[in-house]
Design a protein around this ligand. Structure first.
Ligand code: MSP
Length: 507
C-alpha cells in the first residue's frame, strides 16, 4: 500500500533562515550573461530554501563611482539621467528572467543614501578611520586600488600600459587626500576567524585564496575619493568610496528588519569580487558592530567559445536575446547545468542547443509527455497510487533520495549537484516506464504503472520548481496539484486530464 510506504514526514526537511544576496550590478553597460547567471543562481537558491524555511533575497544596481560617471560623460548625459536609463534594462531583466527578489536596491536612491550615511557615521564613531593622502594605483574599470606588486607593464594595441595583473584593467597613478579605514587592524582577527570557520567561504579554492591574502597582510583602505563627485558626499569635497557604498546595500536591503536578518547573511558573488566581500566587508561589519556573514560563496566566470567575454571581441552574450531564442526556463536550466557552481565554464550556442534537445526534450519533456498522453488516452484522468510492487517502491524511494540529496546539496549552494540528482532520477523513471512497458499490460497493471508514473511527474514538477518555475507550474496544473513541495508525499486527487501539450521545443 502507498500509505505503508509513506513514513517520511516532509517536515523533517528544515532549513536555516537565510538572507541571500546577489551582487548589485554596475550600470555603465548593458546586462550580459554574467549578470543573468548570478541572478538566476541566487533566485534558484532562494526559491529552493523558501520551500523549507525562511529566505529573503536582495539584488540591485550599483550606480555610483568614477566608472559610471565617466560613462555618462562619454555619452554626454547628465549622470542621474544616465543611471536612470541604464538601470531600466537590469530591472526589466529581473522580470523577464523570473527573478523573485524581495528587495531591489538602487544605490542612487534616497533610502540607500541615508542608510549609507548612517553606516558611515558608525564607522567614524568606531575610531577606525583617519585622514591621509593616498598615493598609488587605481583601476577605474575595477573601482579598485592596487599595490605596486599587483600591477605590471603590458602592451595594449602596441603601446606600453600599466595594468592590474589579475584583471588586466589599466591603472592610473593617483594622489589624493582621503579618509582611510584601519583595515590592517582586522587582519589577524579575520584570519583567526576564517581558520576556525572553514565552511564560511566556498568553494574551497576561494577559501584558500582569502587565507592567502590575509597571510600576505592587507593594508589600510582608502574609503573616500575626491577627484570626482558622483557618489555619496561625506563632506570636505569627498565622496564615499563606491565599494563601501555598494556593500552597504545589503544593510539597506534589510531595511527595518536588519536585526531579524543580519545573522543570516549569505553572499553569492562572482570570484572577481571575493576580496571585497570576504575581507573589506567583514572588517567594516566588525568595526561597526554588526555580525559576520554566515557564508560567502563565489561562482566562476563564463567565457564564450573559450574567449573572455568582452565588448571589444564582440562576443558578449546578450541575455534578452538568449531568453527570446530559447525561452526562460530552458535558459535557466541550461546555464546552471553548463557550469558547476563555483567553477568557470564556457558558453556556446551549440552546447546550449544540445542540452535543450538531450535533457529537456528527450528526458524531462519525454517522460511527462509519454506518461500523461498515455494516461489521458487510456483513462482520461489522473490516477492515484494504491498497491505498490517492489520495483515501484524502489523508484519512489529513488525520488525520496533525490529530494534528500538535493536538499543537502542546496544547503551548501551546490546547484549543479542538485540538478544532477534530478536528472539521474528522471532517467531512472524513464527506464522504469521502458522496462514495465505499460502499453503492453493488462488494465489493472497498466493503471498501477501509470499511477506511479504520474506520481513521479508530480515530484518532478515539485523538485524542478526552483530552476524552471514556469514549466513546473504548467505540469502541476495539468495534473491538478498545488505547487507546494509539501505535496511530495500527498497522493494526487483524481482530476480529468486534458490532452497534454509539449513542455519544451526541440531546437
Ligand atoms: N558592482 C559590483 C558588485 C557590488 S556588490 C556589493 C560589480 N558589478 S558587476 O556588474 O561588474 O558584476 C556583477 C557580477 O557579475 C559579479 O558577481 C561578477 O562576478 C559577475 N560577472 C561579470 N562578468 C561575468 C562573467 N563573464 N561570468 C560570470 N559572472 C560574471 O562587480
Amino acid at each position: 500500500m502507498y500509505s505503508d510506504y509513506v513514513k517520511s514526514d516532509f517536515r523533517s526537511f528544515k532549513s536555516d533562515k537565510q538572507f541571500i544576496t546577489a551582487p548589485i550590478y554596475y550600470v555603465n553597460g548593458a546586462p550580459h550573461l554574467g549578470h543573468l547567471y548570478t541572478s538566476i543562481a541566487v533566485d534558484i537558491l532562494h526559491r529552493f530554501m523558501s520551500i523549507f524555511g525562511e529566505s529573503y533575497f536582495s539584488i540591485g544596481t550599483d550606480e555610483h563611482g568614477q566608472k559610471v560617471e565617466q560613462s555618462a560623460q562619454k555619452n554626454n548625459c547628465e549622470v542621474q539621467k544616465y543611471v536612470d536609463d541604464m538601470y531600466a534594462p537590469f530591472h526589466q531583466l529581473m522580470k523577464v528572467a523570473n527573478i523573485q527578489y524581495d528587495s531591489f536596491i538602487r544605490t542612487s536612491s534616497e533610502k540607500h543614501k541615508s542608510n549609507v550615511l548612517h553606516f558611515w557615521n558608525k564607522l567614524l564613531d568606531s575610531g577606525d578611520t583617519y585622514e591621509d593622502s593616498y598615493k598609488g594605483w587605481y583601476a577605474t574599470r575595477d573601482e579598485q586600488f592596487y599595490a605596486e606588486d599587483e600591477v605590471e607593464d603590458r602592451y595594449i594595441k602596441n603601446s606600453k600600459r600599466k595594468v592590474a595583473k589579475i584583471s588586466g584593467s589599466p591603472v592610473e597613478w593617483m594622489e589624493e587626500k582621503c579618509t582611510f579605514f584601519k583595515l590592517s587592524k582586522y587582519n589577524d582577527e579575520l584570519l583567526d576567524y576564517y581558520k576556525k570557520n572553514k565552511s564560511l567561504i566556498g568553494p574551497n579554492a576561494r577559501y584558500n585564496e582569502v587565507i592567502g591574502m590575509l597571510e600576505a597582510r592587507i593594508p589600510d583602505l582608502a574609503i573616500t575619493r575626491s577627484r570626482f563627485s558622483w557618489g555619496i558626499s561625506c563632506g570636505n569635497g569627498q565622496v564615499i568610496y563606491v565599494w563601501v557604498d555598494a556593500l552597504s546595500n545589503y544593510i539597506t536591503a534589510m531595511g527595518d528588519n536588519v536585526d531579524y536578518w543580519i545573522n543570516d547573511m549569505i553572499h553569492i558573488i562572482g570570484k572577481d569580487i571575493l576580496k571585497f566581500h570576504a575581507i573589506y566587508w567583514p572588517a567594516l561589519l566588525l568595526s561597526t558592530g554588526y555580525p559576520m556573514p554566515k557564508r560567502i560563496y563565489a561562482h566562476g566566470w563564463w567565457t564564450v567559445n573559450e574567449d573572455k567575454m568582452s565588448k571589444s571581441l564582440g562576443n558578449v552574450v546578450e541575455p534578452f536575446d538568449l531568453i527570446e531564442k530559447y525561452g526562460i526556463d530552458p535558459v535557466r536550466y541550461c546555464i546552471m547545468r553548463e557550469m558547476s557552481f563555483g567553477q568557470d565554464g564556457d558558453f556556446s550556442h551549440d552546447r546550449m542547443k544540445n542540452r535543450v534537445n538531450t535533457e529537456l526534450v528527450n528526458v524531462i519533456g519525454n517522460l511527462v509527455q509519454r506518461v500523461l498522453a498515455f494516461t489521458w488516452k487510456e483513462f482520461g484522468e489522473t490516477l492515484t497510487i494504491n498497491d505498490l510492487e517492489d520495483q515501484d517502491l524502489e523508484l519512489l524511494k529513488n525520488w525520496d533520495e533525490c529530494l534528500e540529496n538535493s536538499f543537502e546539496a542546496m544547503k551548501k549552494q551546490q546547484i549543479h549537484v542538485y540538478l544532477e540528482e534530478v536528472r539521474k532520477v528522471i532517467v531512472k523513471t524513464n527506464q522504469y516506464i521502458d522496462f514495465t512497458a505499460p502499453w503492453k499490460c493488462e488494465s489493472e497493471e497498466k493503471k498501477r504503472i501509470l499511477a506511479v508514473g504520474i506520481e513521479c511527474i508530480k515530484r518532478l514538477a515539485l523538485i524542478i520548481y526552483p530552476v524552471m518555475p514556469g514549466s513546473s507550474e504548467k505540469i502541476l496544473e495539468m495534473i491538478g496539484c498545488d505547487c507546494k513541495i509539501s505535496n511530495w508525499f500527498v497522493p494526487l486527487q483524481q482530476k480529468a486530464l486534458d490532452k497534454p501539450s509539449g513542455l519544451f521545443n526541440r531546437i
